[in-house]
Design a protein. Structure first.
Ligand code: PEP
Length: 695
C-alpha cells in the first residue's frame, strides 16, 4: 500500500475505534448515572467478595459510583467530540488497564455473578464482559497511540464548554436520580409491571431449582433449616438464603415473598391477589433507613387506614431490636413483613422508598425525598391522579436527555462552526498572508539554487561568487538565485554578493544547538555569517553520513528557529523508482521530518525533489516524470496543510539539470526551479539555467 493509503487506513481505524469507545463509555456512564444506588450496591458486592468491606468509610462506594459514572460518561463525550485527546485517551487506557485483568479474575473465579458494567440495562456474563474488555483494550490502545488522527468536531476555543457542561450534566443526573429515583428503570419492578405475572412460569417451562436455607433461633441457639425440616413456631426466624441448584426458566421476578414478621406467615398471595390499593414502605435495612420523613410516612399510613388500603413495611432486617427501634423512633403502627434483601434493593432505589400497587400491578414509586403529602392525598386514590398508573415513560426521559444534554451541545457545535471556526479561518488567512507575502498574490517563488558540494577552495569560491554576482548585475531576473557553499566560504562570500540578487546558504548544519560537538557547525553560526538558506536532507548526506528523518527533523527546527530557510531535499533511489515506489518514499521523507511542523513553519520551507538516480549521473527525470511527482508532493501538502499553503510552497527539481533541459523542466506547472549541483560550479552554465526563466 502507498503511504497515503496507509495514512487513510490508520485515520479510518483510529476514528472507528474512537466512536466505538465513545458510544460504549457514554452508554456505560449514563446507565450508571441513572442508577447511582445500583452501582453502589454492585461496588459493595465487590468489596464483600474481596473481603474489603470494612476498609472504606460507608459513603465510599456511593461516592465511587458517582465518580465512575461521571468519568466514563465524560471520557465518552470527549472522545466523541475529539477534544482533550491526551486526557481522554490516557484515562480510557488507565481504566481498561485496570478493568481487563479484573474482569478476567471475575470470569475465572466468579466472586460476583455479573460485573455490572452496564448497570441493569444490559447484563453480561463475566466471560462476555472479559471478551468485551479485550476488544475495548485493543480499541483504547489504538486511539491512545493514534490520538493525533482523531478528528475533532469542536474547536479548541469551545472544548472547555463541552467538557464542563458534560461533567455538570452527568453529576446533576446522578444526584437527581439519587435524590428522586432512577429516571430509567431497567429492573423487573418497573412502574406498570405486574408482580404476579412477573413471577409466572409458562406452562411446560422447567423452573430453576433453588435451595432455601433458613436461619432460626431458639433459646439463644441458631440453626439452619430447609423447607423440608422447617421447625415449629417456637423457633424465631433470623435470616434466609437462596442458592441456585439447577438453572431453568427464570421468571423476571422469582424472589418476591412476604413473610409476616409477627406471625411468621407467608402473605404473598394474599397481598398480590388483593384487588385494592396496597402501599409498600420498602426499607431494605431498616436500621440504615433515612428517618427524616417519618411524619409523612405515618400520615400516609393513617390515610391508608382511613380508606381501607393495605400498608406494609417490607424489610430484610430481622432483628427484633432493629424493627422495635424504628417503631420507638417513628411511632410506626404499620405491620412489618420480612423479605429478601436483594429483592428489596431491586424494588426501589431508596431507603426507605414507597411503592403503590393495585391488583399486583405497580402503579407508582416514590423516593423518601418525594413522598406524597396531605396536599396530594386529598381524596380516595380512585379519585386522584396518584391512584392511576404513572405515565412518565422512557420516551419522556429520552426526550428530556435530548433537551438538556444533546440540544445544548448541538447549539455549542453550531456556534462553533458558525462563529469560532469562521473567525479562526479568517485569522489563519490573515496570518498566512503575514507569514508569506507571496500568499497574498497566490504566487510562489521560482528559485534556482546552486549546491557547490565539497568543491572550490576559499579563493576559488570567492572568485566564483564574484563572477556570478557580476554576471547577474544589471540583469532582469525572473527567479530568486541562491548559492549554497561549504561552511568556510559563507562568511567571505555573503558580503561579496548583492543580497537583492543572490542569497547565500549552507549545505548542512548540526542537529544540536551548540556545545561539545567537535567539527559541527550550528544553524545559529550559519545565520551569523549573513547566510539565509540551508540545504537539509541531501541524498549524499542521507547516504554517506547516515542522516535520518529524526535528525533532519531536529535540523529543520533549528534552521527555522534561527530565521533561515531550509531547502529540504527528498527523492528516491533507482530501485525504488523501478519498483514504482517513488511516491511512497517521498511521502515518508516528508512525513518523517516535516509534517509535524505547524502550518506557519511549514510555509517557510523550500522543497527540492531530487531523484537520487539523476544526481550527478547525467540522467535527468523527464519533464513529465518531474511534473507527475511534483504534483503528487503538492497534493500531499494540500491534504496536510490545505491548498493555500500547498500552492505557495516552491518545489525545485534537482538531478543533472542543465541549461539545455532547464526550460522544459521549469515549464511544468508544479516545478518551481532547480537545485543545481555540477552546473552551479560554472558561471555560464549556472546563468544558463537561471535564464530558463527569462525566455
Ligand atoms: C545536487 O547535488 O543537488 C544535484 C542536483 O547535482 P547535479 O545537478 O550535479 O545532478
Amino acid at each position: 500500500m502507498r503511504n497515503k493509503e496507509v495514512h487513510i487506513a490508520i485515520n479510518v481505524w483510529v476514528n472507528l475505534c474512537r466512536f466505538l469507545l465513545a458510544g460504549l463509555f457514554i452508554f456505560s456512564g449514563f446507565v450508571k448515572a441513572v442508577d447511582p444506588l445500583g452501582t453502589h450496591y454492585k461496588i459493595q458486592d465487590y468489596l464483600t467478595a474481596f473481603g474489603m468491606d470494612g476498609l472504606f468509610p460507608s459513603y465510599a462506594p456511593l461516592l465511587f459510583s458517582i465518580v465512575l459514572s461521571a468519568l466514563e460518561f465524560s471520557i465518552g463525550v470527549l472522545l466523541f467530540f475529539g477534544v482533550r485527546k491526551k486526557t481522554s485517551t490516557t484515562l480510557s487506557l488507565l481504566l481498561m488497564i485496570v478493568m481487563t485483568p479484573l474482569t478476567l479474575y471475575l470470569a475465572l473465579k466468579n466472586p460476583v455473578s455479573d460485573c455490572g458494567c452496564f448497570g441493569d440495562a444490559w447484563v453480561l456474563t463475566n466471560w462476555q464482559t472479559f471478551w468485551k474488555n479485550v476488544v475495548l483494550l485493543i480499541a483504547v490502545i489504538s486511539v491512545f497511540v493514534g490520538k493525533r488522527h482523531i478528528i475533532r468536531f469542536v474547536s479548541a476555543k469551545t472544548e472547555w464548554l463541552v467538557s464542563l457542561y458534560t461533567i455538570f450534566f452527568v453529576l446533576f443526573l446522578s444526584l437527581y436520580c439519587l435524590n428522586r429515583l432512577p429516571v430509567l428503570d431497567f429492573r423487573p419492578y418497573r412502574i406498570g409491571e405486574n408482580i404476579a405475572e412477573g413471577m409466572t412460569i409458562p406452562e411446560g417451562a422447567k423452573p430453576s431449582v433453588f435451595e432455601n436455607t433458613f436461619i432460626l433461633e431458639k433459646n439463644g441457639v441458631r440453626k439452619e433449616f430447609t423447607l423440608d425440616n422447617y421447625p415449629d413456631s417456637t423457633w424465631k426466624f433470623i435470616d434466609s438464603h437462596s442458592v441456585l441448584k439447577e438453572k431453568g426458566y427464570e421468571p423476571a421476578i422469582h424472589d418476591f415473598s412476604m413473610m409476616d414478621r409477627d406471625t411468621g406467615e407467608d402473605i404473598t398471595d394474599q397481598v398480590l391477589t388483593n384487588k385494592g390499593y396496597t402501599f409498600f414502605l420498602v426499607a431494605h435495612r431498616i436500621e440504615e433507613a433515612d428517618d427524616s420523613n417519618i411524619d409523612l410516612i405515618n400520615e400516609i399510613y393513617d390515610y391508608c387506614v382511613e380508606h381501607g388500603y393495605g400498608f406494609y413495611c417490607l424489610t430484610s432486617s430481622s432483628e427484633d431490636s432493629e424493627i422495635d427501634q424504628w417503631r420507638d423512633k417513628t411511632g410506626a403502627e404499620y405491620p412489618f413483613c420480612l423479605m429478601d434483601d436483594i429483592t428489596l434493593k431491586t424494588m426501589i432505589r431508596s431507603n426507605p422508598g414507597l411503592m403503590l400497587i393495585k391488583n399486583a400491578t405497580i402503579l407508582n414509586k416514590w423516593s423518601d425525598n418525594d413522598l406524597p403529602d396531605e396536599y396530594e392525598l386529598t381524596d380516595k386514590l380512585e379519585n386522584l391522579e396518584l391512584g392511576k398508573q404513572k405515565v412518565k415513560s422512557d420516551v419522556y426521559t429520552i426526550e428530556q436527555v435530548i433537551l438538556w444534554f444533546v440540544l445544548p451541545l448541538l447549539f455549542v457545535l453550531g456556534l462553533d462552526i458558525l462563529v469560532v471556526k469562521r473567525n479562526e479561518r479568517k485569522r489563519k488567512n490573515k496570518d498566512q498572508k503575514l507569514i508569506n507575502p507571496l500568499i497574498k498574490t497566490k504566487m510562489r517563488k521560482n528559485i534556482v539554487a546552486g549546491n557547490w558540494k565539497m568543491n572550490k577552495t576559499l579563493q576559488e569560491g570567492i572568485t566564483l561568487a564574484k563572477d556570478l554576482n557580476e554576471a547577474l548585475a544589471g540583469e532582469k531576473q525572473n527567479c530568486d538565485v541562491v548559492i549554497c557553499t561549504p561552511f568556510i566560504h559563507l562568511a567571505s562570500v555573503t558580503p561579496l554578493v548583492d543580497a537583492a540578487k543572490i542569497g547565500v546558504g549552507a549545505e548542512n548544519c548540526a542537529d544540536k544547538e551548540s556545545g561539545a560537538y567537535t567539527g559541527e557547525v550550528s544553524a545559529s553560526m550559519v545565520a551569523s555569517t549573513g547566510a539565509k538558506y540551508v540545504i537539509l536532507g541531501h541524498s549524499e548526506r542521507r547516504a554517506y553520513y547516515g542522516e535520518t528523518a529524526a535528525t533532519l527533523k531536529e535540523k529543520v527546527k533549528l534552521v527555522l528557529a534561527n530565521g533561515l530557510t531550509p531547502i529540504f531535499c527528498i527523492g528516491e533511489v533507482l530501485e525504488e523508482r523501478e519498483a514504482n515506489k517513488q511516491n511512497e518514499i517521498v511521502y515518508s521523507q516528508l512525513a518523517g521530518s516535516l509534517y509535524d511542523l505547524s502550518a506557519e513553519d511549514f510555509a517557510k520551507i523550500v522543497l527540492a525533489y531530487e531523484p537520487v538516480w539523476a544526481i550527478g549521473t547525467g540522467k535527468t527525470a523527464s519533464a513529465a516524470q518531474a511534473q507527475e511527482i511534483h504534483a503528487y508532493i503538492r497534493s500531499t501538502i494540500v491534504d496536510k496543510y490545505g491548498k493555500e499553503i500547498a500552492d505557495n510552497i516552491s518545489i525545485l527539481y534537482g538531478g543533472s539539470c542543465k541549461a539545455s533541459n532547464a526550460k522544459e523542466l521549469f515549464a511544468n506547472p508544479d516545478v518551481d526551479g532547480g537545485l543545481i549541483g555540477g552546473a552551479a560550479l560554472n558561471v555560464a552554465d549556472f546563468k544558463g539555467i537561471i535564464d530558463a526563466f527569462n525566455a
